[in-house]
Design a binder for this molecule. Structure first.
Ligand SMILES: *Cc1c(COP(=O)(O)O)cnc(C)c1O
Length: 399
């Protein structure tokens, strides 16, 4: 029986690039994602901005306690949305002056399984059609260029400025009457800077009020710059704004795939048909509720503080090596390819070459071809390992 199955699988294995079914030519034209080669031994995985800390005990406890998997989760996950709203209200009350305090209700919260990337797909699917475009900065989150594939919408990337920041002036100019959505990433993955509140409000004043603006704040918890836009404080001003957050990064639950967003309830109602129904699984729901308890949040904040201290260490170390790195408000640091080339004493360093040399030493980082390299802030020991490997690379000792 076992052998039979294996033989059958062999038989249907594709021998050509011609797909066995009719597939849209524009979908076929998208190059398939090629995962980087795994290093021979893995010391540190600094390539996906993951949280190096294991899930909190309260989270693991809640997952163990959940057993009702014969049932669907409640379709509207009311308790989770209420808890997210209450947690965010509390954070806002601690951070804000009276004048800008507002209260978020559960119906301004949307939660979706498979991460905030799923909400991005939903939003682009609901706002863009064939012939539409959507505007975003580049380099930015690697999922953005793919979001338009199925709706048939054209990606409109707008280059970042020399400091790795959004060029909001150029982005505003890129918006036309075919623009279905604008994506802002703050802090910007992979370069690090956050959009300031002043920049954000000025940009919003130039966007048509019926055009969706997504402010992707996947790294919100790591922001220390007091001038950075804090998305949820802007919600009562803009009916066309979605603020996206995730449990994947600071909350350390990347593998459970849960993302959420804040917006006007009417906006969520309008885009509801574009979501995959019932996509939240019970384990993620249980874990998120545990993570959002006061003790869960307190432990999360203390871990984030540790990672922010390591971020400073990494920046200080790179600066000492002569590398100029942009301000970073996330759990990652960016080295532009130009900086590598300016600083290395010999050879012709590229982002890909530098990443490959680090991989030889078991350090996985994320190269953006022709642009630079993003390095996640993770284990305490990874900081020195990266700095030493980089120092050697700049002297080309690793060649
Ligand atoms: C990691 C990341 C996300 C998505 O994370 P999910 O795991 O899908 O919740 C979204 N936006 C940016 C900018 C990210 O870096």
């Amino acid at each position: 029986m076992q052998q039979n199955t294996a033989a059958q699988i062999k038989l249907v294995k594709m021998t050509t690039n011609i797909p066995p079914i009719k597939v849209r030519p524009d979908v076929l034209a998208v190059p398939s994602y090629r995962q980087g080669k795994a290093p021979a031994r893995l010391g540190y995985k600094l390539s996906s901005n993951e949280n190096p800390f294991e899930p909190l005990p309260v989270v693991l406890e809640a997952i163990r306690a959940r057993t009702d998997f014969n049932r669907y989760t409640a379709a509207d996950v009311t308790l989770l949305r209420e808890t997210i709203a209450a947690t965010e209200n509390q954070r806002l009350q601690q951070n804000l002056t009276e004048s800008d305090t507002r209260t978020l209700e559960a119906d301004s919260v949307h939660v979706l399984g498979t991460g905030s990337v799923a909400i991005l797909y939903q939003l682009i699917g609901a706002t863009c059609a064939i012939g539409s475009n959507y505007v975003y900065a580049w380099p930015s989150f690697e999922a953005y260029p793919l979001l338009g594939t199925v709706p048939g919408a054209t990606p409109k990337p707008v280059p970042l400025d020399a400091a790795g920041r959004h060029n909001l002036q150029a982005m505003a100019e890129a918006i036309d009457n075919k623009t279905g959505a604008v994506l802002l990433c703050s802090p910007n993955n992979p370069t690090g800077p956050a959009i300031t509140a002043a920049e954000f409000h000025e940009f919003m004043s130039k966007v048509p009020t019926d055009t969706l603006v997504v402010l992707d704040e996947a790294y919100a918890e790591f922001v220390t710059d007091p001038h950075a836009i804090d998305g949820t404080t802007a919600l009562n001003k803009y009916q066309n704004l979605v603020v996206l957050r995730t449990f994947a990064k600071a909350q350390g639950l990347a593998g459970l795939r849960l993302g959420y967003g804040f917006a006007a309830p009417e906006l969520w109602q309008a885009v509801a048909p574009a979501a995959i129904p019932m996509s939240i699984n019970a384990l993620s729901e249980a874990a998120a509720l545990a993570a959002l308890t006061p003790s869960g949040q307190q432990q999360m904040r203390s871990r984030v503080a540790t990672l922010i201290a390591r971020r400073t260490e990494l920046i200080t170390g790179f600066t000492a090596l002569g590398l100029n790195v942009p301000d970073t408000q996330g759990n990652f640091v960016w080295i532009a390819e130009k900086e590598l080339q300016k600083t290395a004493v010999c050879g012709n360093p590229t982002a890909v070459d530098y990443a490959a040399k680090l991989a030889e030493q078991g350090i996985l980082v994320r190269p953006f071809i022709g642009h630079g390299v993003r390095i996640s802030v993770a284990e305490a020991e990874s900081i020195n390992a990266v700095l030493q490997a980089t120092a050697a690379y700049l002297k080309q000792e690793t060649k």
